[in-house]
Design a protein around this ligand. Structure first.
Ligand code: ATP
Length: 301
């Protein structure tokens, strides 16, 4: 079953076609990342799905509801983690989480939720005493309060330190194991690559790519980079014939290839035959960030 079905969705603000006829589906239990530059129309799309913004045209079904008319029955099934929720600063973490869980018919246990987001040692700390990253964790706990079937996560790790980001990624991956469908918006492409089953790239109100990160990469036809340090006393002209000429800067050899296995095989075979090491030899496929940049640059507004 599809958790989200969107067909021909449009929304304009005066002359600005913020969402310009998009269609996509998100499967039950899927983590789906909506990517795109500032102003692409992501927030407008997500807020229509949440039921907080009206649409001009198109059909939208989320968990079987039309968000525009689903009311409380719909809202109680979704969780929303916004970029900057305003908190009551004098409440403690536990008080806020208890208040939030009290709003839902079927809610998580407040203390388990606090543990889940890694705020166990901040249970009795007032909100005003939390760091930025800890506030984001509290955001996440509040979004999960009603044990939602579908979670909207808006830039969940902005401002997190590296360890906290990894913790949040583990947490989000655990939610997937529990069967929670997640619609994620993020500007961190490594986050999308790590978490998302499928990504959608939005630009100027349209979707210009929807697929798994791997298929988007294959469709992009971007090259893989092979790089290594040139061994001492070896000149670049001695390297074996490759599918494309390498470039050398400060002793570092780089080449872009569409046949990485063949070129890597030639290079390693050549080096092994001569008893040479290729320092820091690496075969680096394009990242989701490379694919995203190529897609958005190829499709000017
Ligand atoms: P960001 O990554 O910066 O959050 P976004 O992809 O979420 O951007 P939206 O906030 O959906 O983009 O905005 C899409 C377009 O609609 C932009 O051109 C924006 O200026 C315009 N827009 C958004 N909200 C309104 C509004 N309430 N009134 C008028 N124009 C708006």
């Amino acid at each position: 079953m599809e958790a989200i079905e969107v067909r021909d969705l449009t929304r304009a603000y005066g002359p600005v076609r913020a969402v310009d006829g998009i269609s996509f589906t998100v499967g039950d239990g899927e983590i789906f990342a909506l990517l795109g530059p500032n102003g692409a129309g992501k927030t407008t799309t997500v807020e229509i799905l949440e039921g907080y913004r009206t649409r001009d045209a198109g059909t939208v079904r989320v968990l079987g509801f039309d968000p525009a008319t689903g009311g409380m029955a719909y809202r109680s099934r979704i969780g929303v983690v916004l970029q900057s929720a305003g908190f009551e600063e004098e409440f403690t973490v536990r008080e806020l989480v208890r208040l939030q869980t009290g709003l839902y018919p079927r809610a998580h246990d407040p203390d388990e939720l606090i543990d889940l987001v890694g705020l166990a040692d901040k249970r009795t700390t007032r909100v005003k005493g939390l760091s930025g990253g800890q506030r984001r964790r509290l955001d996440l706990a509040l979004g999960l309060a009603g044990a939602p079937d579908l979670l909207f996560l808006d830039e969940p790790t902005t401002g997190f330190d590296p360890a906290a980001r990894h913790h949040a990624w583990d947490l989000i991956a655990n939610l997937r194991e529990l069967g929670t469908t997640i619609l994620l918006t993020t500007h961190y492409l490594d986050e999308a690559q790590r978490l998302a089953d499928r990504v959608a790239v939005m630009l100027a109100g349209r979707l210009i790519g929807v697929n798994t990160p791997e298929r988007l990469r294959d469709e992009s036809h971007l090259s893989t980079e092979i790089r290594f340090g040139l061994p001492p006393n070896v000149s670049v002209s001695e390297l074996p014939a490759l599918s494309a000429p390498p470039s050398v800067t400060a002793g570092q050899v780089r080449m872009a290839t569409h046949v990485p296995v063949a070129d890597a095989g030639r290079l390693t075979g050549w080096a092994t035959d001569r008893g040479l090491d290729l320092p820091d030899f690496a075969v680096v496929p394009p990242t989701l960030e490379d694919v995203y940049l190529a897609l958005t640059e190829e499709n000017p507004r």
